[in-house]
Ligand binder design. Structure first.
Ligand SMILES: Nc1ncnc2c1ncn2[C@@H]1O[C@H](COP(=O)(O)OP(=O)(O)O)[C@@H](O)[C@H]1O
Ligand SMILES: [Mg+2]
Length: 242
């Protein structure tokens, strides 16, 4: 995954501190899991980009759920593990075979969940021996169910490998099928909420280069309810000559 330049985020001091602490922990040899949860447009992907941009040394792997591809078994796992296949040879044979089957590069029929889960855990741990490994999975609500099961299995078993698993999932959780909601339950969570009015106004001022009447600005802030995507879209509409 490429490292974008650091985005300027309004009103995310606490969230950025949490992410900075996570990186510091991983640098010190701990492993961490974090689930960013919040409504669509609230800024989860922007926070993941912040995290990726803050990594000074280490490796990033990741996957992004895509609604139209959510039925493709093991797709997210394939995105995460393919860059790490150099380490496959260091896994026990049973795990190696299971993971290879899951990723579509092995001969087996259906990979067992336990050996596949242990294989992914082992692969991430091996990859993190030399430098920290950050695994970022965005739009978890759309990743395939098989990968979700394996990744949460791994998340619950990380210990001292210098691995971070950071997920972002869109609310409302009711949109998740019960099995997926269950998989994610109990993971350490950071709820991403809408921006406060001052931060929302600051974001608007930044994107609306010209002054807008305070009345219009207040209306946009009220309508967007702190959702940055809504703020940006409403500001764009305000800027468009009808
Ligand atoms: N704190 C913030 N300050 C400024 N812009 C933001 C902030 N959070 C998100 N944005 C912008 O708002 C839009 C939606 O954010 P995004 O991270 O894609 O939301 P989500 O992933 O939760 O759906 C993006 O254009 C993003 O750059
Ligand atoms: Mg997003």
């Amino acid at each position: 995954m490429s490292r974008p330049s650091l985005p300027t985020l309004h009103g995310r001091v606490h969230e950025q501190e949490v992410l900075d602490r996570l990186l510091a922990d991983v640098r010190c040899g701990h492993s961490r899991t974090l689930l960013l949860r919040g409504e669509s447009g609230v800024g989860k992907t922007a926070l993941l980009a912040y995290l990726v941009g803050r990594l000074e040394e280490g490796r990033i792997v990741g996957a992004v759920g895509v609604e139209s591809e959510s039925e493709i078994a093991y797709l997210a796992l394939q995105q995460i593990c393919t860059p790490l296949l150099d380490y496959l040879g260091q896994l026990p044979a049973v795990q190696r075979a299971a993971l290879a089957t899951a990723l579509g590069i092995g001969a087996g029929e259906s990979p067992g969940q336990l050996p596949t889960g242990l294989a992914v855990l082992g692969l991430l741990a091996e990859a993190a021996v030399e430098e920290p490994l950050i695994c970022v999975v965005d739009d978890v609500q759309w990743i395939d169910r098989q990968s979700a099961a394996i990744l949460t299995f791994v998340a619950r078993r990380l210990g001292a490998e210098s691995v971070a698993l950071v997920f972002a999932v869109s609310d409302p959780a009711s949109e998740l099928v019960p099995a997926e909601a269950g998989l994610l339950s109990g993971l350490p969570e950071l709820r991403v909420k809408g921006l406060g009015a001052d931060d929302a106004r600051a974001l608007l001022d930044e994107v609306l280069a010209g002054a807008i009447p305070p009345r219009v600005r207040d209306r946009i802030v009220a309508e967007a309810r702190g959702n940055p995507l809504a703020l940006l879209e409403l500001a764009r509409g305000e800027n468009t000559v009808p």
